[in-house]
Structure formats: C-alpha cells, structure tokens
Design a protein around this ligand. Structure first.
Ligand code: ADP
Length: 471
C-alpha cells in the first residue's frame, strides 16, 4: 500500500526545518555582525572626529598669530605637512564665500553643506560624512567657527581607519555563505535523525492499513518526547484492536444468529411448500418467504464478505488462477440464462492468463459482471466476454449491448447499495459491483466501466499477471 499524495505538501518537513534552522542561524549571525560593525564604525568616527577637532584647534592657534593675511599660506603648509590627500582645510565667511583653502586636487566632490554652515555660524561645531575624490573615498568633515565671522571646514580621509572594518565585512560575507551552507547540511542531518522515529510510525500505520492490527511502534530509545508519542500511538492501537475485535465478534455472532434464523425460515418455508394440501394463497406466500429468506441470506453473506475484504482482517491465501479457464467456466454457466433471453453470447479467450488469487472470490467478482450484463441487456441483445494478457497484466472484459448507465451515475456504481435507477430492474441490492471492486482491489487490480445510456456497457478488470517468481 502506498500513501496517497492528495493535497500533500510539496517539500519535506526535514528540508523545511533545516532551511529554517539555517535561516535563523543566518539572521542571528547577521544581527550580531551588524551590532559589531556599527560599534566599530562609530568608534572610527569618534577617533577621526577627535583628530578633526585637533586640526581645527591647530589652525585656530596659528590663525590668531597670522590673522587673515597669511592664512592661505598656513593652510597650504599644514596640508602639505600631513599630505594633501589626507587632510583638507577650507576657510569660509558666514555666507559660505571661500576665503582660503589648501590644495583641493584630491578633494573633488567636497561641497559646503548649508545646514552644516548655519550650525557652525550659530556656534555649534558640525560633523558630517562625505564621499570625495575620483575614487569616491569616505571622509569625515568638521564645520566649526574660527572667529566671529569665519568658519573653518576641515576634512580627513577615513580610508585607512575603515580598512579593518572593510576586511571584517568581506570575511563575514565569505564565511557567512559557507557557514549557511554548512548549517543547512548539518541541520538536514540533525532533523533527519530526529524525524527517524516518525518514519517508523508511518510504516507501522501503513502495516495497520494493510490489515495487520498486531503491528506496533518500536519505542524511541533516546528521545523522551518521541517515546511518549510511540507509547500513546501503541495505546491507541491497543484500543482500536480491542474495539475492532469486539465489533467483529459482535458482527460474527449477529451474522451467525441471523443466518441460522434465515436458514430455519427458508427450510421451514420449503417444507411447508412441499406439504399437501396447500391453498393457492398459502403457496404464493410460502414461495415469497423462501425467495425473501434466500435473498436476505445472500445479502448477509455479501455484506460479511465485503467487510472482511475491506478490513483485511483475514489475510487472503492466494494460488495461481487461470482467468481463461475461469471465464470459460462462467461462460458455460451463464449461457443457459442468456439463451432464455435470446441474448447472443461470445467468448474470446487467451491461453495462460494466470493471476495469483483467491479463485472462489475472483469467480464471484467476474460472475457478477456477467450476471449484470445479462440482467441489464434486453432480449435479442449481445454479451461478449474477452480475456487478454500482456507481459504484466491480465484483462477480463464484459461488453454488453444493454441499457447502459447514465454518465451521472457512473462514479457511484461501485458504492455499496447504489443502484443507478431503481425502476430499471426489480432484483438486486446494489452490492454486486462493490463486492467485485473490493475483490479486484484485494488482488492488486483495477476495475473500470465505459458506458453510454441506451447503447451498452463495457466492464473491464485488469489484474497483475502471475510470473513464475510470484507464484
Ligand atoms: P445490482 O444488484 O443493482 O445489479 P450492482 O452493484 O451489481 O447492483 O450494480 C449497481 C448498479 O449499476 C445497478 O443497479 C445498475 O443500475 C448498474 N449496472 C451495473 N452493471 C450494469 C450493466 N451491465 N448495464 C447497465 N447498468 C449496470
């Protein structure tokens, strides 16, 4: 038996859990990295800002000595001393008009930001970030008052200080990707191992579905939770088994009692019928009693057989059955009934169409199809029985030219007690096809119908061919 995949999720639980595990691990690592990264960047800014303040106070001390006349020269000299690509000075008046600046060659893109200037004019030193030069490098900029009406803009490149942080970021992303792959693989194995007992439970459940009510789950040796689940599962199975046994015993004794009573009625009615003298009315009543009790007995046997097959409580004993030979036997049996209705019967057989099965049950299933074909075909019609086989399967089909089955009824004809149209035939209880389908399923086969109302029906049964190895 296999699990039906109806509405089943597309991914496995193990895969989803290991992805989730990797995702959570990745998110935690990213979060920690961001915290460290932010702290390091702010530390660098803090140190560079300290240097900016230092540069500012150096210019301020020189400015008080040289005043405006020598400031251009002072700024150029100071920038050259530290490297013109590392530090830049710009002296502005309170409206932002340039008064003096050091070598600006390496500082393209460094603008005067109006809000920063206004803050500095108001006496508030303003720190800012900027991207400068052709290679678009990071820099820190300080705007601060030098005198009542003059603002000094000092800029320092931060590339050197930021280098270790950039290296760390690179390392994080390289090892982060590798770590995620590793977490995914390790997570997959861990989850697979953790879910292993569930596999055990699934196979036990499938064994039970096959009819083996004795099957039980092995207790989990390591995990307490799974051990509890296994115990609960086994307890549930004990209860179900007990319940099924009680139900079966009750059904058996009920069926046995019913059978005995029906058989007694049937026998009694038969004797009454044989006794003389008997009035016409008594005779017809007794005949009805004999027929009804026989019919009820047959129905009871069918229902019992159906439930035995469906619950698989009794394991079937299979032996090779030649379907060609069985078909010929059935053909002969039904020919007389067909002749009474002037129905032409034909048999197309095949040699060696052998399957592994329960002969009497298979006979019952196939006989049912033939019985229906004759029952639902009007006088003068045709019924053809055909047996075919290929390497893997044996196919038995019955084609009739009868009344056919309405399309809307076809999906239900294999249901218990279903009759397509109760007015079409008086006899029958809608159990024949459900028993036939259950028997064919028990043999690992399939039964199909093709029918058109008013033109006839084709019932075909396909069964796995018995190979020397399987028999
Ligand atoms: P029943 O005892 O009523 O024949 P079945 O289970 O054998 O019960 O069949 C179910 C229903 O399917 C029947 O009532 C009938 O309406 C329809 N049916 C089965 N076989 C045929 C057939 N060969 N031709 C037409 N209708 C059929």
């Amino acid at each position: 038996m296999s699990l039906k995949r109806k509405n089943s999720p597309k991914t496995s639980l193990a895969l989803r859990l290991s992805c989730l595990h990797a995702l959570v691990l990745g998110a935690c690592s990213l979060f920690s990295f961001l915290a460290v990264y932010t702290a390091m960047v702010s530390n660098v800014h803090h140190r560079v800002d300290e240097r900016l303040r230092h540069e500012h106070s150096e210019v301020a001390s020189l400015f008080s000595l040289n005043a405006i006349s020598g400031i251009q020269e002072t700024l150029t000299r100071l920038a050259h001393a530290e490297g013109t690509d590392q530090v830049f000075y710009r002296l502005l008046d309170e409206r932002g008009v340039l008064l003096a600046e050091s070598d600006a060659g390496a500082w393209t893109g460094l603008e005067v930001e109006q809000p920063a200037l206004s803050a500095a004019v108001a006496g508030q030193p303003f720190y800012d970030g900027a991207v400068v030069g052709n290679s678009r490098e990071q820099a820190r900029v300080l705007y601060a008052r030098l005198s009542e009406r003059m603002i000094l803009q000092v800029a320092l490149r931060t590339a050197r200080e930021m280098q270790p942080i950039r290296d760390l970021r690179q390392l994080f992303f390289t090892f982060g990707v590798l770590g995620l792959v590793f977490a995914l693989i390790v997570g997959w194995f861990i989850v697979k191992r953790a879910l292993f007992p569930l596999k055990n439970m699934t196979s036990t459940a499938l064994m039970i579905a096959e009819g083996n009510l004795e099957a039980r789950v092995e207790p989990a040796s390591r995990d307490r939770e799974l051990d509890h689940l296994a115990q609960a599962f086994n307890l549930m199975l004990d209860r179900i088994q007990l319940f099924v046994r009680e139900l079966r015993e009750m059904n058996d004794s009920l069926a046995h009692d019913l059978r005995t009573v029906l058989a007694r009625i049937n026998l009694g009615a038969g004797r009454l019928l044989a006794s003389r003298p008997i009035s016409e009315e008594q005779e017809s009543l007794t005949v009805a009693m004999v027929q009804d009790s026989a019919e009820l007995l047959g129905m009871l046997n069918t229902v019992m057989d159906l439930s035995e097959i469906n619950t698989r409580i009794v394991q079937p004993q299979f032996a090779p059955v030649d379907i060609s030979e069985l078909s010929a036997e059935l053909f002969e049996f039904f020919e007389a009934t067909a002749r009474e209705k002037q129905i032409t019967m034909q048999l197309h057989g095949a040699d060696q169409a052998v399957v592994l099965g329960d002969r009497s049950r298979l006979r019952r299933a196939l006989a049912n199809l033939l019985d229906n074909a004759i029952k639902y075909t009007p006088e003068g019609g045709r019924v053809t029985v055909e047996v075919r086989h290929d390497k893997e399967r044996v196919t038995f089909s019955v084609t009739d030219s009868g009344i056919g089955i309405p399309a809307e009824a076809q999906p239900f004809i294999f249901d218990r007690f279903y009759r397509a149209d109760k007015s079409r035939s008086s006899d029958g209880h809608g159990l024949g096809l459900s028993l036939a389908a259950a028997i064919i399923q028990l043999h690992g086969g399939a039964i199909h119908v093709q029918s058109k109302e008013g033109s006839g029906s084709v019932f075909s049964v396909s069964l796995p061919q018995s190979t020397p190895a399987s028999s």
